[in-house]
Design a protein around this ligand. Structure first.
Ligand code: SAH
Length: 466
């Protein structure tokens, strides 16, 4: 991987489903703070209160309930008035209609999520020490939670995990935004490089503080900022993409369960790699032995490489992005895997699946890991049609007794609805199927109980009847 942006390319994608190709940084879930991306910005109209008063957000009567349940978002519609003359990024007290303290929150007049709570404790100061505590907690929680891919993350603990890959080369989400008490802030670690993604005005204000703390705690060679997701526009924030600390190495890579993957921190999707699928990729390895595998939406070859290492007979991988496929092929050869069992196809999956059906092809194991079709519930119906389409075709291409591994990373489609869509697809395909695994993001993407929006990734492993 170079630090240069790959050339823009034209990838086929269905215009009706928006731009979800390699160049679309928000194409796939993972940043909880991106959930508001389809809320029109023009509806955010904070009501100006008493400009001479202490800056504060005062909620309408009865609209304090979700904050009391510790949901961190304060929507513009819940706000009675904003006192003082705050600017975006300021930390404000949030009060209920009777004047009681509810939370400290980062204000953003440009977003319909007008404030995001930092803390529910009135005595807590939102300063550099606050960020140090939250960041250190997030890192310590990961270091002290056993994981299928243990990978200590810096100086916070002294000794490397006994069974882990050590600090060298490991990948992990260190900070998962709202779920780690840091709304709008995502930090992923790829070996000695940290990639930071800022999605809202609060962490935008504290960018340098957070970078300094991460530098001290993790000692990376580089902190790279990938704050260029579409959702930033809705927050009134300009895109940023560049080095924050240190020097970006010529090549960034992550070692995951012993496999090496190149990470395009500069121009790849999200922060460059899909860490959320790490454990699910490992499951693929044990499912793939002696199978003919079809991996749709393969990106840089994650599931494909695991399948090959697991002894798949053949793996056909499809993605619309030529850049992603180039990296996938490099990854294949860097891991010394048998290229003769791998076939790569640059195509639109919706069309490719139809072609494969018309050619009478069939597979033992099919993986469908599409980009986010429904960022919010408002898009659920249209997204459901997309999911049904590819899953119906997937079932049709499956041999009797075969496995369909299907994912949705849409925040707007919950697990129950996803399962219903898949049931409909199986019915229409004339396939009786059983769920044999229910899957989620890896445990470095925790879900705060009070913030169900954090549970965006769901997957099902289905076995077709014989
Ligand atoms: N499974 C991958 C992540 C998939 S991300 C992993 O584990 O790393 C979604 C991928 O879908 C991206 O690589 C994007 O380029 C691709 N994509 C988006 N729309 C597509 C389409 N219509 N046809 C084919 N690929 C598409």
């Amino acid at each position: 991987m170079t630090s240069q942006k790959p050339k823009a390319h034209s990838t086929p994608h269905r215009p009706s489903q928006g731009n979800r190709d390699f160049r679309n940084r928000t194409a796939r879930g993972g940043s909880s703070s991106g959930e508001q991306k389809n809320i029109p910005r023009s509806t955010a109209q904070p009501i100006i209160g008493n400009a001479a008063a202490q800056p504060a957000i005062v909620l309408k009567a009865g609209r304090e309930k979700s904050l009391l349940r510790r949901h961190p978002w304060i929507f513009s519609g819940a706000i009675e008035r904003v006192d003082g003359a705050p600017i975006s990024g300021d930390t404000l007290k949030v009060r209920d209609a009777s004047g009681n303290f509810l939370a400290w929150a980062a204000y953003n007049s440009a977003s319909q999520i007008t404030a995001r709570a930092w803390s529910w404790r009135e005595e807590e100061k939102i300063d550099a020490e606050f960020f140090r505590r939250r960041i250190a907690n997030a890192i310590a929680a990961r270091n002290h939670t056993p994981s299928l891919n243990p990978s200590p993350v810096g100086r916070v603990i002294a000794s490397p995990h006994p069974s882990g890959v050590g600090k060298e080369g490991g990948g992990m989400r260190l900070i998962h935004a709202e779920s780690d008490g840091l709304p709008g802030l995502v930090v992923d670690r790829y070996g000695d490089v940290l990639v930071m993604q800022i999605g809202s005005a609060g962490p935008e204000r504290w960018r340098d503080t957070c970078a300094d703390i991460l530098q001290q705690l993790c000692d990376p060679v580089c902190i790279y900022e990938r704050s260029d997701s579409d959702s930033r526009t809705l927050e009134g924030l300009a895109p940023r993409n560049g080095v924050l600390r240190g020097i970006l190495p010529e090549s960034v890579e992550v070692i995951e369960h012993g496999l090496h993957f190149k990470v395009d921190a500069v121009a790849g999707q999200k922060t460059g790699f899909y860490l959320d699928q790490r454990d699910n990729r490992a499951l693929t390895e044990i499912l793939a032995r002696d199978k003919d595998v079809l991996n749709c939406f393969c990106y840089t070859g994650g599931f494909s490489l695991y399948a090959l290492r697991g002894g798949a007979k053949s793996v056909l991988s499809i993605d619309a992005s030529g850049d992603a496929l180039r990296i996938a092929k490099e990854n294949l050869s860097n891991n010394g895997l048998d290229a003769t069992r791998a076939e790569w196809l640059e195509a639109d999956v919706f069309q490719a699946l139809r072609k494969l059906r018309d050619q009478g092809r069939s597979f033992d194991l099919i993986i469908l890991d599409p980009p986010k079709f429904a960022p919010t519930a408002a898009f659920a119906e249209k997204a459901a049609r997309g999911y049904k389409d590819i899953n119906l075709l997937g079932f049709k291409l499956l041999r009797p007794g075969g496995l369909l591994v299907t994912y949705s990373c849409s925040g707007g489609i919950n697990a129950e609805l996803f399962q219903k869509i898949i049931a409909g697809a199986a019915l229409d395909a004339g396939v009786d199927a059983q769920i044999i695994h229910q899957l989620h993001a890896s445990n470095d993407h925790p879900i705060l109980l009070s913030f169900p929006e954090g549970s965006y990734l769901k997957g099902l492993v289905l076995r077709a009847g014989v």
